[in-house]
Structure formats: C-alpha cells, structure tokens
Ligand binder design. Sequence first.
Ligand code: PGD
Length: 758
Amino acid sequence: MTTHLTHWGAFEAVSDGERLTRVRPWRGDPEPMPLIENVASAQHHPTRIFQPYVRRGWLEQGPGAPGRGADSYVPVSWERATDLLAGELRRVYGEFGPEAVYGGSYGWASAGRFHHAQSQVHRFLNCLGGYVRHVNSYSMGTSTVLLPHVLADLYWLLQQGTSKSVLVEHTELVVAFGGLSPKNSAVTPGGVSRHHARGWIAAARARGCRFVSVSPLRDDMPEEAQAEWIAPRPGSDAALMLALAQVLDAEGLADTDFLDRYTVGFDRFARYLRGADDGVVKDPDWAAAITGVPAGRIRELAREMAAARTFVTVSWSLQRAEHGEQPVWLGVVLAAMVGGIGVPGGGFGHGYGSTSSVGEPARQVSVPRLPQGENPVQTFIPVARVADMLLDPGAEYDYDGRRLVYPDIRLVYWCGGNPFHHHQNLARLREAFARPDTIVVHDPFWTSTARHADIVLPSTMSVERDDYGAGDNDRMFFPMPALTRPHGQARDDYSILAGVAEKLGIGKEFTEGRTAAEWLRHLYDQWHGGLGHTDVPDFEEFWAGEGFELGVTDAEQVVFADFRADPEAHPLSTPSGRIEIFSETIDGFGYADCPGHPVWIEPQEWLGSSAAQRFPLQLIANQPHTKLHSQLDVGAHSQSVKVAGREPVRLHPDEAAARGLNAGEVVRIFNDRGSCLAGLVVSDAVQPGIAQLSTGAWYDPDPADASFCRHGNPNVLTADRPSSMLSQGCTGQLSLVQIEPYREPLPELSVSVPPPTV
Ligand code: PGD
C-alpha cells in the first residue's frame, strides 16, 4: 500500500494504475475520518473535466461575451486552449497591465506542497508582471486584522498556541465559545496525519477538567467532554462575554495585578462595563435579555472562571459574522481578567476546534515549497470583497485604517478554489462574474466556478501526480507519489502553466528549466542542505519511504509564557507591547462598527432584530462534516447524507412541527436574497429558532433564477456584508431565513452531470 495525504487525513491505498482499488486510513492515525471515502469514489465521476473546454459564447464572440453560467462548452485540444489563453493574457497585459488581472485565486485546493495550485498560479502571474492579490482568508479574515492590534499576529498565535497536552494536564475549566467541533478539528491546511479531535478532550475530562460549550449546536462539542451546553442566541456571544466581564469587575474577581502589569486600557473598558457613559450597566440581567441565557447562570459562570484555572477559547466561526471582532477581542479580555495568560493550562486560544493544527506544538522547520517570485503590483483586496471589486471598479472603501480603491479587473484567473461555493450572496457574485472580459479556471471538477469560466482547464487530483506534503504544525512529512494516471487529459497545474508560459516567452522564468519531478528533488535538496541535520533522510531515501517525523521546538509549549515571565524583555508585538483592552490605533480609525474597546453592537440579522419577524430562523451556515468545503461533494461519503439528493438542513422538532414539516421531506429555505432546496433532518441538537445548513453543496442555480439553488448551497441566502470597516471579513456564518414545505415536483440537479457541450 502507498501512503498519500489530504487536508482531512493521511491514507494508504492500492491502485490498478487507473483507480484506487483499496483505501484505508493511515495506520498511525488514532481517530481516522470517513472523509477519505470521497477520494476514490469521486475520482472518475462524470463531473471530472475530461479535457480543455472553452465557453461557446466567448469562443464565438470573443472576450466579454454574455452568457456566463448558462452557456455550453466547446471541447478543444490542449494546443488550442493554451494558444487562446496565451493570446488573451497577451492582450490584457498589453492593453491594461497587471492591475487589470485578479489572480488572488482563493481556495484550499489539495494537499501537496509543490503542486499547491495557488502558489503555482501566483508564480506564473508574477513572471508575467504581477496581479491584483487578496489578503486574509474566508476562515479568519476578521481575526487576522484585529489580533495584531490587540494581542499578537494571528498566524504566530496559531502556531504557538498552548499545546493540547498542557491543557490536558493543567486546565480546570474550558469555556469554549463556539464549542470544539470535532468535524472542524478533522482538517488542517496541507494535511493531517494523526487526528486528535476527541482524545485530548477525553483525557482532560478524565483528569477532572470541566467543559462549557457556548454554541447553538450541541454537537459543536464532542460527547467525550460531557460538557455543559449554554446556547445564547447566535450572534450575541459578545453580550454574554461582556456580562461575564462585568461580574468579574463588579465582584472584585478580576486579577488586577495582571491587568496592571500586562494590559493597557482596562479603565476605559471598565467605564463601558459600568455604564459610566451610556447609563447601561452590562450586567447579567442586561445580557440575559439579549442572549436568552439566564442571568444567574452567567453570574455563576463568571465566578467559576475566576476560581479555576480557566482556558477561554473562541472558534473561528464566531468572527465569520457581523462585528466578528468583538467576541474574539472579548475572549482575550476575559482570559486577561482571570489572569491566566501565559500560565500552563490558562489563557486564551483561538480555533482549538476550528482546525486540527491549533494546539499542536510548532515544528522546528517548515517544509519545502515553491517560490512564488515577486509581485510588483501593490493593489490588493481583503479576500471577501471580490464581488464589490468586480461590480464597482474605482469605488473607495475603508480597511484597517486605510482608504483603498477597487481596481478595474478585465481578467480573473482562478486555480484551486470555488468562489461559487465560498462567497456570500451567490446571485450577486454571478452578476459580478458577468463583468470581466475573461475568466480562467483550472479545476479537476465541473464545479460551479468552472461553469462560470470562459477557459476551463482540467487539472489532476493529487492522487494523480507526484508530490510531498505536511500540514501546518503537523509532524509527519509524507512523500505523495502518484497513485494512478491522470483522469482523461487532465494535467498538473504546473504543466498547464508551463505550457502557457512557453507560448508567452516566459517559459524559462517560470520553469527555470525543470520538470515537476526535477523541482521536487531540487526543492527537497535545497531544504535538506539548509537544515544542517544528518538525521533527516536524503531525497532518495525519503521518496522510497513512507514519511518521517519532523521535530518540534517544545512539545509542552505555553503561549505568552515569556511575556508573563518578563513583559519588558519579551513585549508583545502590539503598539504598546502589552495586551490592548483599549486600542488607541483602532480608536483612531474612528470606525463606528469597531470602536477602541470591545463592545456589543447589534447585528443587522439576528433573532433580536426586526428582520426576524419576517425571517424567524437563524441560519447557521457552518462547515460540513462529510467533506471539506465543497471538495468532492460528488463523493460517496458526502452523498451518503443527502436527502433526495439535496444537502441536509437541521431543525429543532418544535420548529418542524410548527411548519407542518416531516423529517426526510424537501423544504424551501428563503429570504430576500434568495432561496434553496434542502432535505429536512429533525434534531434536538439544534436549538429552537435555528436552521443549520452546512456549506459545500455545489451551487445549482435554476436556469430562470440565479438566486434559487436547487441543491442546497446556503450561500444563496447569506449576505455579502463585511464584518466591519476594520477587517472587511466574510460574514457567511449567520443570516435570517424562513422555511416552508416544497410542494412542486422536485427539479433535476444539473451539477451532478457535466454542463452541455457542443
Ligand atoms: P473548496 O471547496 O475547498 O473551497 O472555500 P474554497 O474555495 O477553499 O475549493 C477548492 C477547490 O480546489 C475545489 O473546487 C477543488 O476541486 C479544487 N482543487 C483541488 N485540488 C486542485 C488542484 O490540484 N488544482 C486545481 N486547479 N484545483 C484543485 C472555502 C472557504 O469557504 C473557507 S476556507 C471558509 S472558512 C468559508 N466558510 C464559510 C462559512 O462558514 N459559511 C459560509 N456561508 N461560507 C463560507 N465560505 C468559505
């Protein structure tokens, strides 16, 4: 059996050269995940792109031809496709320059460091003169901007977060805002070798650690935690956290020594808690009315947090919402008020249930990766502003204290991402995608994004090419030899781009004269040479083996321990060098939606708003548990939970009964932005007032109405509204909807077959 790696786990497989005939999880994985089943079952699905295609309208009428998303496709040879693409790139770069090319190309693509699709396309576009890029991510777009102002660089924090093994040994109380979701902990960008979603929680619990899960979904916490479940109204966590802070302050439970020595601005924040300026004390009674959590329980929890060694963790999902800065900042403030930052088992964590890598000790070294070159273009967008950019070139907007202008994009190049899965308000995205002259997509599958492209180039899946990989903070470095030949005429992104680069006269710059195999060896040798270790295998040994373990700096790492020991010698990277409970910098930006200290700001769409009268259910569009994002949605494991072919939506029994709905029937979910079909699952794991529909169903728009998805993609319902002027992050997690029975004959799905071809 040969070992291979995906973002959701390592596996071992046998192949007949064309197909994976046997697949089993990697034998070193203590908690294997069934998502592995999607790989073999999807590999030769009819929705694989067999050969290059060009949209008919674009081919016949040229760049800018209408019809994207509804056109048929013309199969062409690789020679013709690369000629057309090279010609169009020459035209756009020649007439409009690199500022007219959007190459951000957001997306997870596949594991494997060399064939990382985004790195490949960025290197290629840099060789051509650059491109408009994106900053930040859909995962953590809000925290990435907030945390450097108030605590630390987010990526540093994720890498240096206190080890789960330290929590197991020392923590007495975990208060998990957003829970510690086992499905999200199954995944790490770049791959996971050993899953630890449940084991550390069970071990901590066995030692006597208590868990409190603050989430509208019971299964956001594994059963092993035997957690207390507190379910505030979605979007109201900031009010709950403020009330916890108010109790700590009012009852003299806050660690004032810690606040004096390690933080700035507590006084300003305390004025707000005490209602000094607005006359509103942010006490548990105030919060109970907003959150629905009983005031008595809030008061008690604050006391318990002060009395125990408490670890406060906030999931990434909480910041993927309107004013998503506030719960994250308040998590930091609460951890500071109970004085646990820098102590083993205490303090603040971000994303302990959001990915497998958080809480794993940092590796001593990174792994080899493809150099992307230099991008001379300065223009960028915060990633979730893509539709605004395409729809409104020249418009000004605010971002992190700057005033920026959207560029005028003529060509969009996307490799390894699915914006028609990941972006909000898909009908609006479709309007935005109608604007550029040309859209180029590489993907193994006819995803919804590929169906909105003009030039569609089939890329290989990772099992069809040689590569190597290791996930963030993951100790195992695996060789990933190809397991099968490519499907149809698919090529690696590298070979595709090398072919186009050749036609454009930049072949040498892009390839440096190397084949993919030569790059793998070259990058490994370079990396190996730089390590100065003798215990790391050379390339031959590595390639013939089944992976090896990379060292970690400190298996028992405790984040901010140095800072706690000596804040003068080890200041934080914030402007003051301390934890900023009040940020002069953020305050100076003057943003009403993100002032200088954390606050409660009512979102536009939550169960307490007037909009809830028409749309009384809070839609939680979270990550799916049977696939990663939209990847391999056609795979067996993903399909196994569909209801009449539609994505499942979960409702509380009372909500189903109130609407006369039965489990297993297809329902229509709607609001003013759009609607979709979904298959009903009735469950008391979701609170009343909630509808939970995960992301990931391939967008399948009705031909007559792009805002109606027949398959169940929640992003037809979500708002394309930024988290705040500070971060301009994605807010796809929460929106308001209504649900009704669907009485029409069920429409056929079109995403499970290729688009019409000519
Ligand atoms: P994926 O489905 O992973 O979604 O959005 P993202 O675009 O990353 O897309 C990856 C694509 O890469 C797939 O189409 C896959 O087929 C393709 N691919 C795989 N391997 C290769 C390759 O080697 N080459 C090429 N060219 N293509 C390849 C994810 C994004 O969605 C994220 S990260 C988050 S956290 C967001 N979460 C939410 C949310 O919580 N709620 C809502 N409503 N919306 C969200 N969207 C975001």
